[in-house]
Design a binder for this molecule. Structure first.
Ligand code: PTR
Ligand code: PTR
Length: 262
């Protein structure tokens, strides 16, 4: 309760955004060497967005090397025994689609959450890595797995979702799809930092609220950035997610209590 009032105040005064701006974008001491190897440079969508070596997803069975621009991001929910596991990734490029599926296969992922459209304002943001409907592909093995794909389409990069209620609804659906899942959920946008960071923060905060734990949004961002650099890209994205957290807190804790007392 006290932490939520503090959050409300620091949003109103602008202090929350100032604190966010001051937070490190990359953790000191972690390296990004694999991303810079000549063979791997064409596998990065943006030259300024690289995965840490320490937490990067390493491909085991790819003929194309072990590198993909993706990190494991594990978010622990104290007091609940829950660890939400994610793979935060860039949107596949034409030359990394096979690697992307190799990663999904090797990590036993069954849910892929996409937070970008293929093209935004005339610029390509993500290659279509899934087959067209009715297209059948023969991989030469008899193994088959079912993977759920969810896409949020009303949220351009560097921006915030058009509608906070729709966004919360989407995050709740992601959570429902993840119930009981131990394998990591793949979350990607275009660079795999801005929108991906907002989604992971939101789901983490929802779990904390439900577990009756204190929510410190900046601590969530720090925990994420220790695993993939630059998660949550702009102060307005941070503000958006903080406001959404307040809303969730109000709806799950404050309002039911009011109703009960009435
Ligand atoms: N947003 C583009 C990208 O990250 O790819 C723009 C960009 C291009 C940014 C090149 C930095 C770049 O690096 P350099 O200035 O060293 O060519
Ligand atoms: N250099 C690129 C740019 O600033 O445009 C990198 C970049 C691109 C960063 C998209 C974040 C982006 O948003 P998201 O991570 O939400 O796809």
């Amino acid at each position: 309760q006290a932490s939520m009032m503090l959050l409300q105040e620091s949003l109103e005064s602008g202090a929350a955004m100032a604190q966010f701006e001051q937070l490190y974008r990359k953790k000191h001491g972690l390296t990004m060497n694999a991303a810079r190897l000549p063979a791997n440079i064409p596998k990065n969508r943006y030259r300024d967005v690289s995965p840490y070596d320490q937490t990067r997803v390493i491909l085991k069975g790819s003929q194309n090397g072990d590198y993909i621009n993706a990190n494991f991001v594990n978010m622990e929910i104290p007091g609940s025994g829950i660890i939400n596991r994610y793979i935060a990734a860039q949107g596949p490029l034409p030359n990394t689609c096979a690697d992307f599926w190799q990663m999904v296969w090797e990590q036993h992922c069954t849910l892929v959450v996409m937070l970008t459209t293929k093209v935004e304002r005339g610029r390509v943001k993500c290659h279509q890595y899934w087959p067209d409907l009715y297209e059948t592909t023969d991989f030469g093995t008899n193994q088959e797995r079912h993977i759920k794909h969810m896409q949020y389409i009303a949220w351009p990069d560097h921006g915030v979702p058009d509608d906070p209620a729709d966004f919360l609804d989407f995050v709740i659906r992601v959570r429902k799809n993840r119930i009981g899942m131990v394998e990591p959920t793949v979350v990607h946008c275009s660079a795999g930092i801005g929108r991906t960071g907002v989604l992971i923060t939101m789901e983490t905060a929802m779990c904390l609220v439900e577990a009756n734990q204190t929510v410190f949004p900046l601590a969530i961002v720090r925990q994420m950035r220790d695993q993939r650099a630059m998660l949550i890209q702009t102060a307005s994205q941070y503000k958006f997610v903080c406001e959404a957290i307040l809303r969730v807190y109000h709806e799950t804790i404050v309002r039911p209590l009011d109703d009960y007392q009435r």
